[in-house]
Structure formats: structure tokens, C-alpha cells
Design a protein. Structure first.
Length: 254
């Protein structure tokens, strides 16, 4: 299957790196200077400038531009695509249909782990394209089909923005180890192993059970958890997810 990615930003690049292993991938972008730099960076992928009258007839398109650029890019697309896969946060299927012609429409929310085939991608849209969508995004990780766009917008805050939240936690763990006196390279290696092992544990255990299993009475873990609760870390993370969800909805309305 040939895939045309419209947009050359970080997410488009992450998707291309993962998808190239199983699909024929090309990237179309609007900035000639960035396109040339990207072609040098990714020589195995066809990268070219998006024309003012780009023919997308019968193509499978992955739309990777920023939500605010939908209309300015859409006016340059001609013909009816086969399937339009959109990764635009908060941008509804109805809005996509108003600006881009396609037989089928699918909204997706992958994350940056797509570049190492570890993305968790939430998907919704026309059920006629469901199997192809699952096949495509299963090739770069795990997929979850949801029945409503509201569910996808909420998932955006977790699967899409979540890597940034976890990165902040990982960075804080490294900095905490360094503050306590451990070399930074050792601290980073410890945190890498921690996240890798925790992901496997989480597949088979409720988070609360994992926490309780390492929380001895009067021990080191309980002392650390008290500080996290005292700093309202749990509430802050819940607020972060809700704020990200609200922003996704706001972007879709603009």
C-alpha cells in the first residue's frame, strides 16, 4: 500500500520512520528548505514539495499538518482521495469532509513512539475503512478503535500528550537521583530500565497493586509517596489530562 503523508513536521517524520518498514511512503511538505533538509535526513523516503494543485485522487492520505493549517492546505488538494487519515487534534470528521474530498474518513491519534513502532494509536471514523486503519497503525504499535470522536479527543490527552507528561516524570527522577549524589548517566540508565520494566508490569496489574506491592510500612517508598501526595502530583496529572483534552476541543472549534 502506498501512503502519502501531507506535512513534514515531527509527527509526520515519526510516522514515516515507522511505516516505511511495511509500506511505500512519501512525504509532501510546503517549505522547500525544510523539504531538502528532510530528504537528506531520510534518504529512503520520497520527500517533495506540495504543489498548488496537488492531485490526491485515489490516494491514501495521512494528513499531518497543524489544525490551524487545515483550510490553507486543503485548498491546494484536488481530486477525491481513497482514505483520509487525519492526525489533527480536535478536528472533527465533519470539518474534514467540508474541506477535503475522500471516499472514507478516519481520525487517528498516534504518538511519537511511532518512530520505534511502539505507538498507542486511537482510531475512529468510517467503519468501511476500519480494517485498513487497524492494519496500518498496528504496524507501528498498538491500536484502539473507539466509537465516538469525544472518546478520541479524550484519548488525545493521554496517548498523544502523555509522552510529554511521562518525559517530565522521567526527567524529574533522573534529577532527583543526581541531587542525591548519583552520576547522571547512571541515573538515566536506571530510569530507562524502570520505565521498561514498569510497562510490562502494567499489562498484568492494576497501578494501585503495583504501588502497594513496593510500599512497606514506614519504608522508603511510603516516605517518597507522601511527598508526591503533599505536592498534589496526582491531582496535577489529572488536571493536565483534562487541560489537554479541553485544548484539543478548542483547537477543533477554531
Amino acid at each position: 500500500m502506498k501512503l502519502t503523508l501531507i506535512g513534514n513536521g515531527f509527527m509526520a517524520q515519526a510516522l514515516a520512520k515507522g511505516l516505511i518498514k511495511n509500506f511505500d511512503v512519501e512525504i509532501l511538505g510546503r517549505d522547500e528548505k525544510k523539504i531538502k533538509a528532510l530528504q537528506e535526513k531520510m534518504p529512503d523516503i520520497k520527500v517533495q514539495l506540495l504543489s498548488d494543485k496537488e492531485n490526491i485522487a485515489n490516494k491514501n492520505i495521512i494528513f499531518c499538518v497543524k489544525p490551524y493549517a487545515l483550510e490553507s492546505v486543503a485548498v491546494r488538494l484536488q481530486g477525491e482521495a481513497n482514505i483520509l487519515f487525519s492526525i489533527l487534534a480536535g478536528t472533527t470528521l465533519d470539518k474534514l469532509k467540508k474541506h477535503i474530498d475522500s471516499k472514507y474518513y478516519v481520525r487517528t491519534m498516534p504518538n511519537v513512539a511511532a518512530q520505534i513502532s511502539k505507538s498507542t494509536t486511537t482510531i475512529t471514523g468510517d467503519k468501511e475503512a476500519k480494517n485498513i486503519a487497524l492494519e496500518l497503525f498496528n504496524s507501528i504499535g498498538k491500536t484502539i478503535w473507539v466509537n465516538t470522536e469525544k472518546q478520541l479527543d479524550i484519548a488525545t490527552a493521554v496517548a498523544g500528550s502523555g509522552p510529554a507528561f511521562l518525559a517530565l516524570i522521567a526527567e524529574s527522577l533522573v534529577d532527583g537521583s543526581v541531587k542525591a549524589g548519583l552520576e547522571r548517566h547512571i541515573s538515566k540508565e536506571l530510569v530507562e530500565g524502570l520505565f521498561d520494566g514498569f510497562a510490562s508490569l502494567l499489562k498484568n496489574n492494576h497501578p494501585a497493586l503495583i504501588k502497594d506491592s513496593v510500599m512497606s510500612p514506614g519504608g522508603t517508598t511510603s516516605a517518597g509517596l507522601f511527598e508526591l501526595e503533599d505536592g498534589a502530583v496526582r491531582a496535577s496529572i489529572i488536571k493536565a489530562v483534562n487541560s489537554a483534552h479541553n485544548k484539543a476541543c478548542e483547537l477543533g472549534e477554531k
